[in-house]
Design a protein around this ligand. Sequence first.
Ligand code: PGA
Length: 252
Amino acid sequence: MRKNIVAGNWKMNTTVPEGVQLAKDVCEAVAAAGELKCDVIMGVPFTHLTAVCETIGTANVGLAAQNCADHTSGAYTGEVSAPMVASTGAGYVILGHSERRGYYNETAEMLKEKVDLALANGLKVIFCCGESLEERENGTFKDVIAAEIRDSLFHLSAEQFKEIVIAYEPIWAIGTGKTATSDQAQEIHAFIRGLLTEQFGAQVADDTTILYGGSCKPSNAPELFAKPDIDGGLIGGASLKAADFMGIVTAF
Ligand code: PGA
């Protein structure tokens, strides 16, 4: 059985003390909520990883970085490598977010390197894909999504692929307040699971967690998460307030 996951993506928000406080609030709310129907992960800035890891302590909450370098070490000023991320205690890394692809020109080839380094260092990968508004409107969106997944993940073995979580995030829905309808999201999630079935077999595809991201909030999460192929969410804006985030965590 695949896992349900609700992962926060704080993006470039909060100072370290603010982030520690937010993490504390989330951990307390998770503890108070009792048995949850999903795993909870917080995706925090690099600078926060160590402190947030300490804050999480033994709480049942996972920790993710939002990126890692496409090299292991050396003269790459300003970069943070997968072994560095792993050494903070983080268990996950978000890779291929559309903001990184768009603003920092991350290519499929670079992401392939990052995926390999993350896995080699024991990190699970939350791999993002999704189309722009133009691609949605001109009908190429399925080809775009398939290429993003194929070009950075299909070199993996079925065994390696078990460490991958997919996040479908239509770019037109990110931070815009415009959510994909639950039917639109379900259609793409089923399409992605079909691609995974062809490449890795039905068992691996069935076991893969596929998250939806893009203006997901407590009010629309229940309808999205009720769809058979939507296994949770990658949450931006609504992950910055513990109450909103918990409203999504408890939507299952
Ligand atoms: P949003 O962002 O929830 O603010 O739309 C989602 C994401 O980019 O991961």
